[in-house]
Design a protein around this ligand. Structure first.
Ligand SMILES: [Zn+2]
Length: 188
């Protein structure tokens, strides 16, 4: 399912980096209810970003970002991702948005796990709302050049995840909330 990055697609890229992280979490499959590993790309401290294909690349430092609705991943990076994920994070067609993007697939039944359920929905695997959920996300460094086009990005969660993973910082909103289910918006 991995395709080489064509000239036109490479020109579309809005993020690029010489190293990236693959974030891994556990989600419950909406179809078979089994737990399955799910993945997404995280850029940590030092990468480049641009508004659109005509825009200039700008250096970004100290502002981690988590990417979703990823439509393009350069070839070498996608080969690494395919190897790590058992090719379960791959391009697939979404009837919901009528477009193809990189999607997770259930380890048990193989069904698509849409990014909306992982990144946008309350209690999504990549939208942690408790200490336990933050701790369940791990990061793996992939030392490969990455060029990618991602329609979605989440800096708030990326900071929470990297602060916890690299520095053991427990997010304030979980430390303050004994129930462990406080939402971020409650703290704003
Ligand atoms: Zn399943």
């Amino acid at each position: 399912m991995c395709r080489p990055l064509g000239e036109n697609e490479s020109a579309r890229a809005n993020f690029r980096s010489s190293i990236f992280y693959l974030a891994e979490a556990i989600a419950e499959c909406w179809k078979c209810s089994d737990e399955t590993k799910v993945y997404c790309i995280l850029l940590n401290n030092d990468y480049q970003e641009r508004e659109d294909r005509r825009g200039a690349w700008t250096d970004v430092k100290g502002s981690p970002v988590l990417l979703y609705d990823v439509e393009v991943i350069s070839k070498t990076a996608s080969q690494h991702i395919a190897e790590i994920t058992g090719n379960r994070y791959r391009l697939d067609y979404s009837q919901t948005i009528e477009a193809s993007y990189f999607m997770n697939h259930c380890e048990s039944c193989g069904i698509r796990q849409g990014d909306y359920f992982l990144h946008d929905q309350m209690y999504g695997a990549f939208l942690p709302r408790s200490h336990e959920e933050v701790a369940a996300i791990s990061l793996r460094a992939v030392e490969a050049e990455l060029e990618t086009y991602a329609a979605g990005s989440d800096r708030e969660t990326a900071s929470i995840v990297t602060d916890y993973f690299f520095h053991g910082v427990i997010p304030e909103w979980t430390a303050e909330d004994e129930e462990g289910r406080q939402t971020l918006s409650d703290c704003e």
